[in-house]
Each structure stands twice: as C-alpha cells, then as structure tokens.
Design a protein around this ligand. Sequence first.
Ligand SMILES: O=C([O-])CC(=O)C(=O)O
Ligand SMILES: [Mg+2]
Length: 226
Amino acid sequence: MTGFFTMTTRNISRFWEWGRKIIGVGRNYPDHTNKLNFPTLTEPLLFLKPTSAYIREGSPILVPRYTDNVHHEVELGVVIGKGGTAIAQSAAMEHVAGYALGLDMTAFGPLHESRAKGLPWTLAKAFNTSCPISDFIPKDRIPDPGNLNLWLKVNDQLRQSACTSDMRFSVPYLISYISDFITLEEGDLILTGTPDGLSPVQENDELEAGIENIVTIRFRVDKEKS
Ligand SMILES: O=C([O-])CC(=O)C(=O)O
Ligand SMILES: [Mg+2]
C-alpha cells in the first residue's frame, strides 16, 4: 500500500498546523468587563474558534464582507501539550507545552446583534483570519503566565496594555474548568481573554502586539474581497 497514508509529524512548535481546537475565554479582565457594563462572571465564559481561523505573520487579517466593525483583542494563548479530562487545578500546569501571543479578532456587528438576540457568537469569532498567532513560546521561557505584560499598538498608537495578573481566572483554573466540559487535546490553544482597550481596525492598519521581553508580532489589515 503506497500513496494512501501520509506521515504527520506532530511538532508542538507548529501546533497551528494540526491542533484541533481553539477555546476562547471571554471577559476575563475586570477592566474590560466593567467598561462594557457586563455582569460580573462567577464562572469563565467560553466559546470556540475553528483552527481554520489561524494566520501567521505575512498573511493579512481580513475584515469579512459582512461587517466593517472588527476589533482587536490581544490575548495570552496557552498551548496544551498533554491532553486530559477533568484535570485538577494542582496538575494543570503539567498539561501546558508552552504559550503563544494571539489576537482574538472579533466582528462586533454580528457579536452585538447575536448577543442581543440570544444567538451564538459564531460569525463574530470564527471567521477566516480571526486568529493571528505568534511563534510557539516554550513553557520554560515563561516561568509565571500570571505575570506578563501584554500590549497592542495600532499604527504605532498604544491601545491595549495590561498585566496577566489582572485576569479574573488564572491559567491553571481555566485549564481545570475547561477540561471538565471539553476534553483538552495536545495542540489545543486556550485564548485567555482580552484586557481593556479594544478598538475597530480598518483596511491598511498595521497591528503590532507583544508579550514584554518575550515576543512581538505584526499583522496588516485588509478587506475581504467580494
Ligand atoms: O469579545 C468578547 O466580548 C469576549 C472576549 O473574547 C474577551 O473578553 O476576550
Ligand atoms: Mg477575546
């Protein structure tokens, strides 16, 4: 038998090529939540993005045809190295392979409309190019994911800047909580929520974001052609 099987080498440092899901956490920074006047959460708010949403530097973020209201959300991404179900918080960090800086691009038109109507957030969160991602950052480069400074600039203007110590639910808590409902698998990415400072992006904007002293990413915005 030849030709029917291709060997896939699962290299965690290229998790975006074969990872099976992206789990988003909403409203995990009190500042962001307060400003939008949302009720305080007692449990994490979760959503999914398909892995077809990943893009890497060099590819543009495309504003979908159905909206011109797409916002940037800079977020710490956690890359799962060892899967599991009902993972105890005390064991959660053993399941982490590393990290990545991600942008949870969000189409606010459909988000607000579907939210108001009590409908799913799918079009707001899952569109093509809605998950620009940095290189993989091995776990040993980040001794404490709860003490990282995240920032994002649009056309050189600082829009988002916060420390992950402000997160309402910590990385170990999120891993444990999510895995009670959704089995975590090797290569999954958890986007841990965005701090305050979202703003709409437009064609030809240049987005630059970073985790201080660790990584920087740059993406250009374009409009999806009809
Ligand atoms: O866009 C939202 O309202 C929810 C979200 O992803 C976040 O807070 O990071
Ligand atoms: Mg988000």
